[in-house]
Ligand binder design. Structure first.
Ligand code: 5GP
Ligand code: ZN
Length: 112
């Protein structure tokens, strides 16, 4: 099982902020903003590139839950950023699809 599958199964420790049958969210171990939460599907999908047509509902829920978690954390007041790194040039280091939810500071553009 990959690291994020183990977190989803509570076999590896994480500070979980939200979970339901489809999605788990937990604080990133190396936060890049005052709030930095990773939102993952329970289903192991390696990346956006590996996602299939039948993952449509999984991907939809991932983004909808990221939005509702952002509201629960109060991030919608100042705004926030959702990032999905994909592949080597995209900066993906864990091969289980995850959306970074970042907030609590002013984001820069373009990203590094
Ligand atoms: P990526 O670089 O793949 O877009 O993002 C992976 C993220 O997972 C990184 O921000 C990294 O800090 C985080 N991460 C890596 N290992 C762990 C871990 O064991 N626990 C938690 N909570 N986050 C992790
Ligand atoms: Zn996995």
């Amino acid at each position: 099982m990959c690291l994020f599958c183990r977190i989803a199964h509570r076999e590896a420790k994480a500070r979980i902020v939200y979970e339901d049958p489809d999605v788990v969210a937990f604080h990133d171990i190396h936060p890049q903003a005052p709030t930095h939460v990773l939102v993952i599907p329970r289903k192991h999908v390696a990346s956006i590139d590996a996602a299939q047509d039948d993952d449509e509902a999984v991907l939809g829920k991932l983004l909808l839950r990221a939005g509702s978690i952002a509201r629960e954390l109060g991030l919608q007041r100042g705004g926030y950023r959702i990032v999905i790194n994909t592949g080597e040039d995209g900066g993906q280091s864990v091969d289980h699809l995850h959306a970074h939810l970042l907030g609590g500071r002013r984001m820069r553009w373009p990203p590094g």
